[in-house]
Design a protein around this ligand. Structure first.
Ligand code: HEM
Length: 107
């Protein structure tokens, strides 16, 4: 069963541009991580001011291996505290199990 791990992160208005730029220049290592299935950076438009970093993994174990490994550490070097001050307050990890999913049925 796939699992979804979402980093929900509040970025102050004056840091949002820089935050998005950082993601444009992100490490790009997650793509080649075993068990990785999907990543999306979601910019808040209405109803919330939290960015969501959506990731989907083949298993909990696959996520844990990535999160505790060097690629995660490298991808986050210098990225966090400056852009999301008091990150422990402004960032939350949400975990889900995928119980249904669908893709477009196109020929
Ligand atoms: C305080 C916690 C966190 C902050 C402030 C943060 C912020 C950032 C930033 C700014 C980047 C862009 C790269 C850089 O500039 O360093 C990044 C990359 C990334 N973050 Fe986080 N992050 C945090 C925790 C997490 C967690 C828990 C996840 C798990 C879902 C996650 C998923 C990712 C992914 C998938 C990338 C792209 C890595 C790649 O390209 O290989 N982050 N993060």
């Amino acid at each position: 069963m796939s699992v979804v791990k979402i980093n929900a992160i509040t970025v102050p208005k004056d840091k949002q541009e820089r935050f998005e730029e950082r993601f444009k220049g992100r490490a790009g290592a997650v793509e080649s991580t075993p068990g990785f299935e999907w990543f999306e950076l979601l910019r808040p438009v209405e109803g919330t001011d939290q960015y969501l970093v959506y990731t989907r993994w083949e298993s909990e174990e696959a996520y844990r291996v990535w999160e505790s490994g060097q690629d995660f550490a490298r991808a986050h070097e210098g990225g966090g505290s400056e852009l999301a001050p008091a990150a422990s307050n402004s960032s939350h990890l949400w975990s889900y199990e995928v119980i249904e999913s669908a893709a477009p049925d196109r020929p």
